[in-house]
Write a protein that binds this ligand. Structure first.
Ligand code: PXL
Length: 275
């Protein structure tokens, strides 16, 4: 069985980061080790959330694992709590990178043209240095714009999105997949560029509802798919369709909470796709 380690926060309530990565990656038949980078009472879209930063745990966990000769098939990073923690994450990646494994970075820091509440204007630069270590980065359009110093806009042409992909690769990552772009009105999907400059894309119907945490579901499903031997486009398609199904299912639930999607009921469908 493949073994992934994911570095991101534990939002105790809110269906994002580790509480999404663990069930999704496990359901896909891949072991998921964790480095919790902070414990929050909820994700940061709630008012008055608490935070306990766990940055001081990253180095001792790394040292212990290295002493035990632990190896990972993938290092997958998500939401990071501070600029300093981005630096520590770069060190963690360097400690576990081998010739055969993959580093996947979801620069979870922004959406709809805005940085998340916990981040100041210098955060994207720190996250860009984490992206520079990656085999694959998975930003949404807003994150791609912040990472590359490109002004955000609502309507992007395909040429402009390809320009963003090229600028992402210039940060040092080997491939990039931008989510939330489907090539036109009423569409969503992704467009990716691999190390040879080849583009891959997928477009499907944009649903009118949007929920928090769908980016984390997407990235976790891509990581699971890649670890199960799928190609980048195939892993992206399975992940994108899974997110759509989760949104559709959630919007049909009369008591669905506003803070995240109900992905749990759809995990069997995701597992079925891997058969
Ligand atoms: O879904 C990304 C995410 C992860 N972790 C925390 C967050 C967010 C998005 O807001 O606040 C703590």
């Amino acid at each position: 069985m493949k073994r992934v380690v994911t570095l991101q926060d534990i939002s105790c309530l809110g269906r994002c980061s580790i509480t999404v990565a663990l069930p999704v990656i496990s359901a896909m038949g891949v072991e998921c080790a964790i480095v919790p980078t902070a414990v929050l009472s909820t994700h940061t879209m709630f008012k008055g959330f608490t935070v306990c930063d766990l940055s001081d745990q990253i180095e001792p966990i790394t040292r212990h694992w290295l002493s035990q000769d632990i190896k990972f098939d993938a290092v997958y990073t998500g939401y990071l709590a501070s600029e300093e923690q981005c630096g520590q994450t770069v060190d963690f990646i360097k400690s576990f990178k081998t010739d055969d494994n993959m580093v996947i970075v979801d620069p979870a820091m922004a959406d709809h043209g805005k940085l998340y509440p916990a981040f100041g204007p210098d955060f994207p630069k720190a996250m860009a240095s984490v992206c520079g270590q990656a085999d694959l980065v998975l930003p949404n359009l807003t994150e791609a714009a912040f990472l590359t110093g490109t002004p955000y806009r609502e309507d992007w042409s395909e040429t402009e999105v390809k320009g963003l992909l090229e600028k992402l690769l210039a940060l040092g990552c080997k491939s990039a997949m931008i989510t939330g772009y489907g090539g036109g009105k009423g569409k969503t999907g992704f467009i990716a560029m691999d190390g040879n400059g080849k583009t891959l894309s997928y477009s499907h119907t944009l649903l009118p509802m949007s929920y928090h945490g769908t980016g984390d579901i997407f990235s976790s499903a891509v990581v699971g798919g890649l670890m199960r031997g799928l190609g980048l486009r195939e892993a992206g398609v399975i992940a994108a369709d899974f997110v759509s199904r989760c949104i559709e299912h959630t919007s049909a639930q009369p008591n669905a909470p506003w803070y995240g999607v109900e992905f749990e009921a759809l995990l069997p469908e995701l597992m079925e796709k891997l058969k």
